[in-house]
Ligand binder design. Structure first.
Ligand code: HEC
Length: 162
């Protein structure tokens, strides 16, 4: 049996791969691209995928599946902190269109959505501080907080399987 947190990571990776596959299929079959002004759905999905690229290797390190290199880990944490500012500007008022998986609650409950963003930002500030000390045992619980921030926002604001 898999640890639930591991399976969250794995499912996120699978979801991102599935989206990449679907985009590829769409481009091959000539399905129209995102024609909305500014392409907000496309841009926020890309921004989330970039976040995943820093998030994922840290998850592997924390679980002992990848070697802990303190400097690299700190770089990932710092990158993720910066990348985690990016998606929100693309949740514009008229950007609830397919293939988004954002729930209507994003627009109906902006205060709660903002609070969920803040929770992620706070946990990431904490992570970069603790990552500077280079102690993996101290990092683990803080990384778990980050992961919880992703997961709880997805549960509330993202539809589908995650
Ligand atoms: C404040 C809410 C919130 C937080 C926090 C959050 N996400 Fe998301 N995430 C969303 C929403 C909403 C979507 C759906 C976007 C869409 O389909 O338009 C999403 C989508 C994604 C996707 C799929 C992108 C795609 O290609 O469809 C990935 C990957 C992702 N998030 C990773 C993360 C990671 C990793 C974290 C934590 C480090 C995180 N998210 C934190 C709200 C959040």
């Amino acid at each position: 049996m898999q640890h639930p947190r591991t399976s969250f990571l794995v499912r996120l990776a699978i979801a991102a791969a599935a989206v990449a596959g679907a985009l590829l299929l769409a481009s091959c079959s000539g399905t129209p691209a995102d024609t909305h002004p500014g392409q907000p759905v496309t841009k926020r999905k890309q921004a989330f995928k970039l976040m995943l690229r820093s998030f994922e290797p840290m998850g592997l390190v924390v679980r002992g599946r990848k070697e802990y290199d303190p400097q690299k880990f700190l770089d990932y944490a710092t990158d993720l902190q910066q990348l985690a500012d990016k998606p929100w500007q693309y949740f514009t008022p008229d950007s609830d269109y397919p293939p988004t998986r954002a729930k209507a609650a994003v627009w109906q409950q902006p205060e709660r959505f903002r609070a969920a963003r803040q929770k992620l930002a706070d946990s990431l500030s904490h992570l970069t501080v603790v990552a500077k000390n280079g102690n993996l045992d101290a990092i683990r619980p803080v990384f778990a907080e980050v992961e919880k921030s992703c997961q709880s926002c997805h549960r509330e604001f993202r539809g589908g399987l995650l």
